[in-house]
Design a protein around this ligand. Structure first.
Ligand code: SIN
Ligand code: MN
Length: 280
């Protein structure tokens, strides 16, 4: 999949691209089917909501689940990022966010690069997220909200919020958000399961809680240009990966055909990958 000039220009201007219904229902079903098995596992990669036993985010499923290992090498997700960076990419982070019906909590306003810089010492914002919806996203189930054009301001001041939700995040204060929104407004891409969003790592974003009866499971691949790999290994490897090998894409039908993939963490996560501060 090659982005057109119009798309690359829109990305430069707005900081994101939205592809409604890019993956077919049959492709999405393969992934959806796997999520309850992953969320049921008692492993550190499942971070639960503050309020209970509901999974907020699952990390690194591409290391222990075959369908997600194939998704991590999917050309529809990986090639547009390689095109924008004009470089090969490696997997910095892989997560499946639950945003469960009734229980899914907020994600505060933030830039992803704020966390990648502060925690992981990633040299430049040459990494980005590609999200795929496993459920329909509508106005009620906590869609991702963007402030268009906010990526052009670079890295904004942020504070480490360790208390609002069960997951620590470098967040942006309300006065800054109010002035950014006064300039750029807010958009919330909505669409059927199978839709994909690609967004710049400095794009300011957030999502509200999910009080609806509909889950909003989405997968995020955070792909980083290989030359821009992280320098500090403060966070555990299952959150910020340390294997900087370029991703080799599988064929376009990889969600429906049985291509072999390595699953190195299938029998458990190796001890060093669970540690929060290995030697850098
Ligand atoms: C994120 O910003 O990392 C996740 C936001 C969401 O899933 O709503
Ligand atoms: Mn984010």
């Amino acid at each position: 999949m090659r982005l057109t000039r119009q798309q690359t220009e829109a990305f430069e201007r707005e900081g994101y691209l939205f592809f409604p219904g890019l993956f077919t229902p049959a492709e999405i079903q393969v992934l959806q089917h796997e999520v309850p098995n992953l969320y049921a596992q008692r492993r550190p990669e499942n971070v639960r909501e503050k309020t209970g036993d509901v999974v907020r985010t699952n990390f690194a499923a591409h290391m222990y689940s075959a369908p997600f290992a194939r998704l991590a090498r999917h050309p529809r997700m990986v090639l547009p990022v390689m095109q924008l960076f004009d470089e090969q990419v490696y997997m910095h982070q892989f997560k499946i966010n639950g945003k469960a019906a009734f229980d899914g909590d907020v994600w505060q306003w933030h830039q992803d690069y704020g966390t990648w810089k502060n925690d992981d010492d990633m040299p430049a914002p040459r990494a980005m997220n590609v999200a795929i919806f496993l459920d329909e996203v509508n106005e009620f189930n906590g869609p991702l909200m963007f402030i268009p054009g906010s990526h052009r301001l670079g890295v904004l001041d942020a504070a480490h919020d360790t208390s609002t939700t069960s997951y620590p995040l470098w967040t942006i204060d309300h006065a800054t958000i109010a002035s950014l929104v006064a300039r750029g407004g807010i958009v919330a891409p909505k669409g059927p399961a199978g839709s994909m969003i690609l967004f710049h790592s400095c794009l300011v974003h957030a999502s509200t809680s999910n009080l609806s009866p509909w889950n909003r499971v989405s997968v995020y691949l955070s792909l980083c240009a290989v030359s821009n790999h992280i320098r500090r290994f403060k966070r555990p490897e299952y959150i910020a990966h340390r294997d900087f090998t370029p991703i080799e894409c599988l064929p376009d039908d990889c969600l429906l055909a049985d291509y072999p993939v390595a699953l190195p963490w299938r029998d458990g996560t190796p001890e060093p990958a669970l540690k929060s501060a290995a030697a850098a």
